[in-house]
Write a protein that binds this ligand. Structure first.
Ligand code: F6R
Length: 575
């Protein structure tokens, strides 16, 4: 995780770094920092908390600098503290370094660096001391030596004040270089600099780049120059701001109907051939294995059900549990589903499956992501940038895409009234949701029951309750209740049931909890609390959206940081 930013060139480095770091906060926000190069001096500012805390210093130091590097952190090695915040400096303050990833053998490297003084508990700090130690051989050789020695994944930006150059090192974690007319931009994600330039060089694993006075040279570990033209990003940002909403989460839930409508149009027009190609890849193999994490895993659980319904042998494996013991071979298509396209667990699953002979398909939201680039076929879900750490509009667009593919396989495909029904669901249930949120906000445990296709939705709502409302929640198959969990249901225990039809099997589970005195909350077209359309097939979407609204309002009523929950980050690039 963590976000790396860097700038060198004629624009104001302070303003540029500040802007880029804000755009990278989704990668972590435990602490922030930046280091600036003026002449051969390095000035550093860093500390716990987000960019707002050091904003003034960044602007001031950056305004007189030739270049700088910055970092926004999600703690892995070492808690969030001023010392552990990046950049880290070498003993002589010649070098300053920011890192994203994990250097697995950092202890061993550190043990060989006697005489160096370490200030942090991080794995990252060893890199800057190691390179300083070896710099007597020339900095470039020291960089190569570090890359040969380090195990794990890393993206590193290293500033050398003596030779006034910046080195970029990559293995496993993403690093993009934006090429402007008189500026070079560096970032973990091109989104950070795409308002300055649309020309991007993506560094590949095992490569390093030297940024010297706005010239960029990419080399491999043998020192051979890797010549390639920058890619031109087509992606245009729709909006970066809350547009009057208090939180991004609220705005992004409101965007759901429009996102589905736009996606449907794209899939039926400009993307139509791509969908056909995707289906050919899917049907060209004996079996499909879907893999994903968190919310995307819940979308994949639904996806595997949709695909099985139309005769595709599909199963789902959560990415962090993916291993070589699964039956993956040349006749398998691995279908990776990821909003960010950067999730490390998913990338590892892709690598394993590839080694076992599988072809790779993916469904992603963020354009130009690593997962997209490592896939044989890819479909975008076109939900636009999602800023809230919790996925909402991207979940519904993932589910919509997977359902669309399945419907096309069956030869049937239409959007129906889904967008307008969703608009009404959001509009009509605002007050009802706030009332239930008030009722639930002080509860410690909530159970959510679903059956069949509603089970992944129940799991998804429970994930959101934990993440946004800090309430322990359990999403489960209604039928499983009587096999154990029912023992926890007592007078007043909140149980939310997802009931798509009057005659749903879940109704009997509902009776079981009611008769034990549970506070039963039905999300249903027949509920006396909510107003939902009686459209069985689309109930997945209505119940998910209502669940998102409910968790949002509980979090908001509790005064929680709904867009940036504690300990989390939007893009999980560590294992
Ligand atoms: C929860 C959430 C996470 C992500 C998960 C996978 O609201 O957003 O659970 O779904 O970290 O991320 P992606 O989809 O980027 O692979």
């Amino acid at each position: 995780m963590c976000g790396i930013a860097g700038h060198y060139g004629s624009s104001d480095t302070g303003e540029v770094l500040l802007d880029m770091l804000k755009r990278l906060e989704y990668r972590g926000y435990d602490s922030t920092g930046a280091a600036f190069l003026s002449g051969s001096d390095i000035s550093t500012v860093k500390g716990t908390g987000d960019i707002e805390k050091i904003k003034e210093n960044v602007v001031f130091l950056g305004s007189v600098a030739d270049g700088g590097i910055g970092h926004t952190r999600w703690a892995t090695h070492g808690r969030a503290s001023d010392e552990n915040a990046h950049p880290h400096s070498s003993c002589e303050n010649r070098f300053s370094l920011v890192h994203n990833g994990i250097i697995e053998n950092h202890r061993k490297i550190k043990s060989e660096l006697g005489g160096h003084k370490f200030y942090s508990e991080t794995d990252s700090e060893v890199a800057v001391h190691y390179i300083e130690e070896k710099s007597t051989l020339g900095v470039e050789n020291a960089v190569v030596s570090f890359m040969e020695k380090a195990k794990g994944s890393y993206a590193v930006a290293l500033m050398d004040s003596k030779e006034e150059r910046v080195f970029l090192l990559k293995n496993g974690s993403p690093l993009a270089i934006g090429i402007g007319k008189k500026d070079v931009f560096i970032a973990s994600d091109p989104f950070a600099f795409h308002s300055y330039t649309d020309r991007v060089l993506f560094l590949r694993d095992g490569e390093y780049a030297v940024v010297d006075n706005c010239d960029v040279t990419i080399k491999n570990l043998d020192g051979a120059v890797q010549k390639r033209k920058p890619e031109v990003l087509e992606w245009k940002e729709r909006s970066f701001g809350k547009n009057g909403y208090r939180h991004y989460m609220q705005k992004e839930i409101r965007e759901i109907p429009g996102c589905i409508e736009r996606l449907e149009k794209l899939l039926e027009t400009v993307e139509s051939e791509k969908v056909d190609g995707f289906i050919d890849a899917l049907l060209g193999k004996d079996k499909v294995v879907l893999t994903a994490s968190g919310t995307s895993h819940h979308a994949s659980m639904l996806g595997s059900r949709f695909l099985r319904k139309v005769g595709v042998d599909a199963r789902v494996v959560v990415a962090s549990e993916f291993g070589e013991n699964f039956e993956i071979d040349e006749e398998t298509l691995l279908l990776a589903v990821s909003q960010s396209g950067e999730t490390k667990d998913v990338l590892d699953a892709i690598e394993t499956a590839r080694k076992m002979g599988a072809d790779i398909a993916s469904i992603t939201n963020t354009p130009h992501s690593t997962i997209q680039r490592r896939s044989d076929v890819n479909l975008g879900i076109h939900a636009g940038r999602e800023f809230c750490v919790a996925a909402t509009k991207t979940f519904t667009n993932q589910v919509y895409t997977l359902r669309k593919i399945s419907k096309r396989i069956r030869g049937r495909s239409s959007v129906g009234n889904l967008p307008s029904n969703l608009k009404n669901t959001i509009k009509k249930n605002g007050e009802a949701v706030k009332k239930v949120a008030e009722e639930l906000k002080n509860k410690e445990d909530i159970y959510i029951l679903g059956k069949g296709e509603m089970h992944p939705v129940a799991e998804e709502i429970s994930l959101k309750l934990k993440e946004i409302a800090y309430i322990h929640a359990e999403g489960m198959m209604g039928g499983e209740l009587k096999h154990g969990t029912l023992a926890l249901i007592e007078e007043g225990t909140p149980v939310i049931s997802l009931v798509p039809r009057r005659n749903s099997d879940i109704v009997s589970n509902l009776k079981e909890v009611k008769s034990r005195g549970a506070n039963s909350i039905e999300i249903s077209p027949f509920s006396d609390r909510f107003e939902l359309p009686d459209e069985d097939e689309d109930f997945i979407f209505f119940s998910a959206v209502l669940g998102f609204m409910l968790t949002y309002w509980i979090g908001r009523k509790k005064g929680l940081p709904v867009d940036r929950p504690r300990n989390l980050a939007k893009s999980v690039t560590v294992r």
